[in-house]
Ligand binder design. Structure first.
Ligand code: NAG
Ligand code: NAG
Length: 368
């Protein structure tokens, strides 16, 4: 009887939430995951404030909700190009979804994925990308939240996507366009927010150019050329630049070495800072960054480093981080502070390295 009441109460609530909530991002400046989750408030307030005699029954709920909401979809897609949409797009995907799409193209070719829309309940629902079949060894990244991800290119002829959602709260979902890339094609690298792309051909030898709308400055290399790399694969020689608002801080750094510091260093940085530095080296070279100072408000003021392994490194707090080495010819540093508490910030030395550099004995340098 009690069990029936709990199941009815919380089950009805979950049913209701399953259809009625499509979350909208309510982002707070400088905070990464400050979204509002009706689901968790409701379950905390309604279900978990039951008398202790009922509380033990709540242990049954996850099983109850997961088994009754499981929703599978997806499939294998073949063909030169196509689109994939999450079920119900753009009106919200189902709860309890576990949908896997596998894209297969001709052996020797690659696959490019371009996002056209992306909104997934942040930190509870995910779109996982696999560079190959959907096995853990091929796992590349897990996307969540409301920011449009940049295009992704596979290394082989198979690429997979898996959407998993939890038992409540949905969002618009995603829509992607995929295209088979010949070995001589770099593919459309996409347009950054506030950017303009000139050029419509994306094969070896082709050049494209980026600019920014009024009020924004371009960080990075404005021209990209599709070249053939050491593995005989067509790749762009530089990353897609970003467009930074004119009143924000940052720079594009091209020298073989230099120093990057937070605003006012070694005095305290300011509140609500949002700075981006792009470090570029010649195609084939890598860049290392060695920190000499690091003091930020733990969790709330942070430095994000993009372009190494793992693809994004998040640094915050009082410890001087270990050196970082890029895996291509660029690194991007993004420094964000919130509206209170200021510290000394960071200072780092960067240096470009020639990847084919030899040691004095002529033996190749070990890969880092
Ligand atoms: C997809 O490929 C077909 C040819 O296979 C082409 O006609 C069509 O324009 C392509 N669609 C897009 C959106 O590029
Ligand atoms: C989704 O389904 C696959 C098999 O189709 C399974 O291996 C995986 O564990 C499931 N994921 C979740 C989160 O249930």
């Amino acid at each position: 009887m009690l069990r029936a009441i709990v199941a009815a109460c919380c089950g009805a609530m979950l049913d209701m939430m399953a259809v009625s909530f499509v979350v909208q991002p309510m982002r707070m400046r400088g905070r990464r995951s400050a979204y509002f989750y009706p689901k968790h408030l409701c379950s905390a307030l309604l279900c978990k404030e039951l008398p202790p005699s009922l509380a033990s029954l709540l242990d049954l709920l996850p099983a109850y909700t997961e088994t009754s909401f499981i929703y599978t979809c997806g499939g294998t897609l073949k063909g030169r190009n196509g689109t994939i949409e999450s079920p119900g797009f753009p009106y919200g995907y189902p709860n309890g979804a576990n949908c896997t799409w596998v894209i297969v193209v001709e052996e020797g070719n690659r696959i490019q994925i371009v996002f056209q829309s992306f909104a997934v309940e942040e930190e509870y629902d995910f779109l996982s990308l696999y560079d190959g079949h959907p096995h853990p060894a091929n796992f590349r990244t897990r996307l969540t939240g409301f920011q449009m991800p940049p295009p992704v290119t596979s290394t082989g002829s198979v690429f997979s996507l898996r959407l998993t959602s939890d038992f409540a709260v949905s969002a618009h979902g995603f829509k992607i366009y995929y295209e088979e890339l010949q070995s001589s094609a770099c593919g459309n690298p996409g347009v950054p927010p506030k950017g303009i792309l000139s050029g419509t051909r994306f094969n070896v030898g082709d050049k494209i150019r980026y600019s920014c709308v009024t009020g924004y400055v371009l960080d990075g290399h404005p021209q990209l050329t599709c070249i053939t790399n050491a593995a005989n694969m067509a790749v762009w020689d530089f990353p897609v630049p970003i467009c930074r608002a004119e009143d924000t801080c940052g720079d594009t750094l091209r020298g073989s070495s230099g120093i990057i510091s937070s605003p006012n260093f070694p005095s305290e940085y300011y509140n609500n800072a949002d700075c981006t530095w792009t470090i570029l080296a010649d195609p084939g070279d890598t860049i290392s960054v060695i920190f000499t100072d690091f003091q930020t408000e733990e969790k709330y003021d942070y430095l994000e480093v993009e372009g190494s392994e793992p693809p994004t490194i998040w640094l915050s707090g009082m410890n001087v981080p270990s050196p970082i080495v890029s895996n291509k010819n660029w690194l991007r540093l993004h420094f964000v502070t919130d509206s209170n508490h200021r510290y000394k910030g960071f200072s780092a030395h960067y240096q470009g390295r020639h990847s084919l550099q030899s040691t004095p004995t002529g033996a190749p340098m070990p890969a880092v």
